[in-house]
Write a protein that binds this ligand. Structure first.
Ligand SMILES: Cc1cc2nc3c(=O)[nH]c(=O)nc-3n(C[C@H](O)[C@H](O)[C@H](O)COP(=O)(O)O)c2cc1C
Length: 220
């Protein structure tokens, strides 16, 4: 697949086929993606790849906490956007709810949709990326670089991904079931699997701001 085509076709996949992704494929993806750049080549990322029974337990525990209204404990403010960022966030939500046939007043369906994120969108596998807490906040940039690289490499194998906060909002669950130590900050969860072409939200076409609105040209 052409590079530009890959970048343009990558999108967040929130509905997956149940087919498992093999350990070999997941390892190859991580090996290629680990060519991503990092500050001073520190490669601060650590991966926890979760599937099978362990993922099921994590999904169940996440949903239990969500249903109980337990506040998340991710380590930073998750959603406090304003102005243009807030407008874009709302535009995405409108598009997703429309695709899923969820009306504004259908609170229970909206909650169901949110719950889906805590179930890792029913993906067969998830990659948690963590860093040493002592290396924050600078290393968050490196995690962004490797996350996008993983998402792009995954396309080569016919796989879809969704980077999402929801998968790490209850870090204690991951510490308990996947053994991630207290010294590590989980930055992002990337769900990964074969996209379900019939799942309505996978048709999302998130918008992008025209470059001229966000770019200052100097000396060119
Ligand atoms: C740091 C980060 C956190 C995200 N968290 C969530 C999330 O919790 N739930 C979700 O459905 N999508 C989440 N996403 C996916 C974004 O909504 C998505 O990338 C954005 O809408 C652009 O759409 P696209 O990925 O389809 O191009 C997250 C993406 C990033 C980069």
């Amino acid at each position: 697949m052409d590079l530009i085509e890959a970048i343009k076709s990558r999108k967040s996949i929130r509905g997956y086929k149940p087919d498992p992704v093999s350990k070999e494929v997941l390892k190859e993806i991580l090996e290629v993606a680990s060519r991503a750049p990092s500050g001073l080549n520190t490669q601060p990322w650590e991966f926890t790849v979760i599937a099978g029974d362990v993922l099921e337990k994590i999904k169940r525990a996440n949903v239990e906490k969500f249903n109980a209204g337990e506040p998340d404990n991710v380590g930073w403010e998750v959603e406090k956007y304003k102005d243009k960022c807030r407008e874009r966030q709302i535009a995405l939500a409108i598009q997703l709810f429309k695709l899923m046939g969820i009306a504004r007043e259908e609170k229970e369906k909206r909650t169901d949709w949110e719950r889906r994120g805590f179930r890792n969108f029913d993906a067969p596998a998830a990659i948690i990326i963590s860093v040493d807490k002592e290396h924050l906040p600078r290393t968050q940039f490196d995690i962004g670089a490797i996350s996008q690289t993983i998402a792009l490499v995954a396309l080569k194998y016919g796989l879809g991904t969704c980077m999402h906060d929801q998968g790490v909002r209850y870090p204690d669950v991951l510490r308990e079931f996947a053994g991630i130590p207290e010294s590590k900050q989980m930055i992002i969860c990337i769900t990964i699997g074969y996209p379900d072409g019939d799942f309505p939200a996978n048709k999302v076409e998130s918008e992008r701001e025209p470059i001229d609105n966000i770019t200052t040209w100097c000396g060119i």
